[in-house]
Design a protein around this ligand. Structure first.
Ligand code: NAD
Length: 322
């Protein structure tokens, strides 16, 4: 039986990862600054800890671990990323620096870090796929990407100098049930699903820029499988984790509307658009034997009903007017 620590276990991907790891019968400790928002954690033990504090990182790692998955971050969609630059750069760097130091001192077997394709520059929609080396020369589009790139380099230094067995996954846009779906930190798939669920019938939803930007998405069950595969592999270089299915955000609206059974038009509004396009090579992660099982339509068919249920629950919980 392995001893496994998941930090950020109260969050969206961390919650799914704990479930995936616990299903193997390994002993899993979850740690997070907050309890899970939507369902109890299946972890054997869950510690509420602010991991910006070095002492709390040592507490999280107490007892020794075969594997550590570091997913704690001050995190959100484009709206949050464009506004909370100071919080992201300060909080996530503190978490990553203090966790790396504590993990190296504790001599953990493997250490996974959740990076992002935000480490890459903006791309034109017609550009060929970028492989991992394309992160340099570095020109991330936003401060979230610079923090991730810095933390990747921090871990590489700990790997070279302190023997930390680090693994780095660069996540593409991840979606699925049990993730943030309202409040300003939600990402595009959840925000669009919520807006469509809120329509009483056919109608229109507001989308930043009318949905012309191009993205790739990965369903959360596929992503956590890739994370475990990468962590247990000998691959020490960063690996992109995502799919080859490139869509405009407007196409995402069309697919979700189809699942909801509604006719949905898009009203273009001003807002933070992020990069124009994304297109990445997945040769490195696929060489480890991983392949995604869900295409976008299948993953969204798992996601939309959960978000529609949350919307309905909130609606019925509202006090009557008057
Ligand atoms: P999330 O916000 O749902 O989970 C992050 C968790 O970190 C939260 O539960 C939060 O409470 C916790 N956290 C924040 N500050 C903390 C602190 N000081 N101490 C302890 N815990 C703290 O986000 P997610 O979507 O599950 O993302 C997980 C990881 O994957 C993050 O590193 C994120 O940057 C990365 N990532 C996610 C995506 C995506 O599409 N969701 C894409 C690229 C990278």
């Amino acid at each position: 039986m392995r001893r496994i620590l998941v930090t950020g276990a109260g969050g969206f991907i961390g919650g799914h990862l704990v479930q995936r790891l616990a299903a193997d019968g390994d002993w899993v400790r979850g740690a997070d600054i907050a309890e899970p928002a939507y369902r109890p954690s299946p972890a054997d033990e869950f510690l509420t800890l602010d991991l910006r504090d070095p002492e709390n990182c040592r507490k999280a790692l107490a007892g020794g671990f075969d594997e550590v998955y570091q997913l704690a971050a001050d995190m959100g969609g484009m709206e949050f990323i464009s506004a909370a630059e100071c919080e992201i750069m300060r909080n996530s760097v503190l978490i990553n620096a203090n966790m790396a130091e504590a993990a190296a001192a504790a001599g953990v077997g493997r250490y996974f870090f959740s990076s992002s394709v935000c480490v890459y520059r903006d791309m034109a929609p017609s550009e060929a796929a970028l492989a991992e080396d394309g992160a340099y020369p570095a020109r991330p589009h936003n401060e979230y990407g610079w923090e991730k790139l810095y933390s990747e380099r921090l871990l590489s230094a700990y790997a070279r100098r302190r023997g930390l067995e680090a693994r780095i996954g660069r996540f593409e846009n991840c979606y699925g049930p049990y993730g943030t779906w309202r409040g300003g930190r939600e990402k595009a798939p959840a925000a669009i699903a919520r807006k469509i669920a809120e329509l009483a019938g056919d109608g229109a939803i507001e989308v930043f820029g009318g949905g012309r930007t191009v993205r790739t998405f990965v369903y959360v069950a596929d992503l956590v499988e890739a994370v475990v595969t990468l962590t247990r592999s000998a691959e020490t270089r960063p690996a992109n984790i995502g799919t080859d299915e490139r869509v405009e955000i407007a196409e995402l609206v069309r697919i979700i509307a189809g699942i909801a059974g509604k006719r949905v038009d898009i009203t273009a509004v001003d807002g933070p658009l992020g990069v124009a396009s994304r297109h990445f090579s997945h040769e490195r992660i696929r060489a480890l034997g991983w392949t995604p099982r869900y295409d976008l339509a299948a993953g969204l068919a798992e996601t939309y009903p959960w978000i529609a249920e949350q919307v309905a629950r909130c609606r019925s919980a509202r006090p009557p007017i008057g």
